[in-house]
Design a protein around this ligand. Structure first.
Ligand SMILES: Cc1ncc(COP(=O)(O)O)c(C=O)c1O
Length: 374
């Protein structure tokens, strides 16, 4: 059987990973500034992460959500404390799209409304409701109903109010920092205004922190650079450091009923073990603080490199926009300097390294990029 060929693949086969480095089948070492698409939060193959998952698997690996799984509550308590939302409720799923799908569904259940507002350049996943609120018509199939999705210009409060005034909007979904769209940080006044307007007109505010959350921005959640408290927060990627896990954090006012949401695999023992290990490592190694410090250091250095049109981002979620296409730059970084980078569109390099990145590793990239552009 052939693989269904939907990905433009790099000519690299990683066989081993350790912290910020990966190795290919020939033993060549690469600095990983892409983190497998913002997923590797605590570094590749962290010993505590491996032990936590192995220990759990040797006890019990899976049972469905028809039984008590105490590790889910342990995770809810630990995550609530780590992220500053101890009074919120946790619903565990398996991926980012699934988290957003359930958040949109929940907003619709709670408000009784079917229309959702999202923003230009936003990405929320490829399942039905998530893709409908994603600003990319190329990935929306006819079956994915878009007539209930209204896509507005980013950071425009007046247009948002115009929509909310209809009293037909159930939810407003915003990325903590737009990732796939090219690293765009929302204006703080926009987030604050959106929260106020959502309250005024009875819509739920959903913060998609799937890429920007879990310490990546230098705060646990990117929206925590503002005082905003969303009704729903979605997470995935860095939460499991590669183990597929996602979640919804749900405000205490929202009451569940049996059968409202459901999943077979969500919250399984191994996903909980992986997620607990990630939080323990983040706490022990102060990784949110490290992302803030090394991110600021790297952003400042990058701003001094001639040839980059704009440097955007917060913490270790960084976009480098160029006038020209970036294929050749990325190729030289990969093949000559052995550095993995991410991409957005044709002219933006995205840096989404593990949160463990050091200043020395940041310097290695700055030197390699300066040389490549020079
Ligand atoms: C902001 C955001 N939301 C949702 C998703 C979808 O997550 P997943 O690929 O786990 O379904 C992504 C994936 O890149 C994302 O960046």
């Amino acid at each position: 059987m052939n693989l269904f060929d939907v990905y433009p693949l790099l000519d690299i086969t990683p066989v081993k990973g350790q912290n910020c480095y990966i190795w290919d089948e020939n033993g060549t070492q690469y600095l990983d500034l892409y983190g497998g698409h913002a997923v590797i939060s605590v570094g590749h193959s962290h010993p505590h992460y491996i032990k936590r998952i192995n220990d759990q698997l040797s006890q019990i690996g899976f049972y469905s959500n028809s039984v008590q799984i105490p590790q889910q509550k342990e995770l809810a308590d630990k995550l609530g404390t780590a992220c500053g939302y101890p009074d919120y409720q946790l619903f565990l799923v398996n991926s980012g799209a699934e988290a957003n799908e359930n958040a949109l569904k929940l907003a619709s259940f709670v408000t009784g409304r079917k229309k959702m507002v999202a923003f230009k350049k936003g990405f929320h996943g490829r399942t039905s409701a998530a893709v409908a609120v994603t600003d990319n018509p190329k990935i929306v199939a006819p079956v994915n109903e878009t007539s209930n999705a209204i896509i507005l210009p980013f950071n425009d409060l007046a247009l948002l109010e115009e929509q909310l005034k209809t009293n037909e909007i159930g939810g407003v979904i915003i990325e903590g920092i737009q990732g796939i769209g090219g690293i765009h940080v929302p204006n703080p006044e926009f987030l604050i205004g959106a929260e106020k307007l959502c309250k005024q007109y009875g819509a739920l505010l959903i913060l998609d922190e799937i890429q920007s959350g879990y310490g990546r921005s230098g705060k646990f959640f990117a929206h925590q650079y503002t005082p905003v408290k969303p009704d729903l927060i979605t997470v995935a990627k860095g939460m499991g450091n590669g183990f597929p896990v996602g979640a919804l954090l749900i405000a205490p006012e929202i009451k569940p009923w049996f059968g409202m949401l459901g999943t077979t695999f969500g919250g399984n023992y191994l996903a909980c073990a992986a997620s607990l290990a990630v939080l323990e490592i983040m706490e022990n190694e102060k990784l949110v603080e490290n992302a803030a410090e090394v991110g600021e250091y790297l952003i400042n250095k990058l701003k001094n490199i001639p040839g980059i049109k704009e440097v955007r981002g917060q913490g270790l979620m960084i976009g480098l926009e160029f006038e020209q296409q970036i294929n050749d730059i990325r190729h030289v970084l990969l093949k000559k300097h052995h550095i993995f980078t991410g991409v957005s569109g044709t002219n933006i390099i995205r840096l989404l390294s593990p949160l463990t990145l050091t200043k020395e590793q940041a310097d290695i990239f700055v030197k390699a990029l300066t040389e490549t552009l020079g």
